[in-house]
Design a binder for this molecule. Sequence first.
Ligand code: TRP
Length: 334
Amino acid sequence: MACPDVVLTGDRPTGPLHLGHYVGSLVSRIELQEKYKQFIMIADVQALTDNFKDPQKVRDNVLQVALDYLAIGIDPNKSTIFIQSMIPEIAELTIFYLNLVSVNRLRRNPTVKTEIKQKGYGENVTAGFLVYPVSQAADITIIKGTLVPVGEDQLPMIEQTNEIVRTFNRTYGADILCPAKAIISKASRLPGTDGKSKMGKSLGNAIYLSDSGDEVSKKVMSMYTDPDHIRVEDPGKVEGNTVFTYLYIFDPNKEEVAQLKERYQRGGLGDVKLKKRLITILNDFLEPIRIKRAQLAKDPAHVMDILFKGTEKTRAVAQKTMQDVRKVMKIDYR
Ligand code: TRP
């Protein structure tokens, strides 16, 4: 099977996107759309696996995530953005894939394991949640995605996808599914404002792409630095100091950052001064995104129309894949 490079990636619409999303995967999508055919999925079906009691939240965030995409420069003429639930073929393919995966294997997926613990599901985890990696394999393979830009935590999903691809092709003597490769961004993972390893919606430590200047300012002022750096004259630590981690990533002036680092370590540079610099840098970065987002938000029907057009295009590809799948599975009755 010739598998030309196609990018497929997506996000669960459970809240607006934050700087962690930006550094971890959004920024690479802006580059990838210049080089490849790219599909970006708003994964509402997957979002419902742990938010099935709160469908309004998922519904509202479909538009919010689309606004974030467009505001940061994902160009609908270059990338195809679509809504997962509007491609029923994904659900169909998931059902067939479920025959190829053991329950034991599902229980061993490390990301799902962590989530089950975090969410306190224990033994009462729903079938829907436990099998979402299989549905994710269908997301990727139904459009023959080969490149998947995602955060590190998604590596087990790609591994499981490729197991399913191999099992499917072997079981049905077919060669119709394409293996996928994760693309993990070069930039280091962005910690939350509390200095914890990961920025996350549910952790309350996120700076959103849609945050106002004041919100950014407040969040940076309360950012984790070096707890032992009490007086300005004291030498400070830059390792694990969140303000420095952000400056390394977002400050365009690397030379000045190197000087600040040296001064901070020597003593004589206060946290407030450093934080004020970071506030300016983040707001300079976010301001054009905010302006574009506000403009787009005035016409939600237009944004939804972009999603519907992308969905239509994606569905045609999905239907073609399903024809091949049904044929090798001998359920192509007419
Ligand atoms: N699981 C991904 C996340 O939580 C979202 C997602 C759903 C996805 N389907 C996908 C990512 C397919 C890449 C490919 O971020």
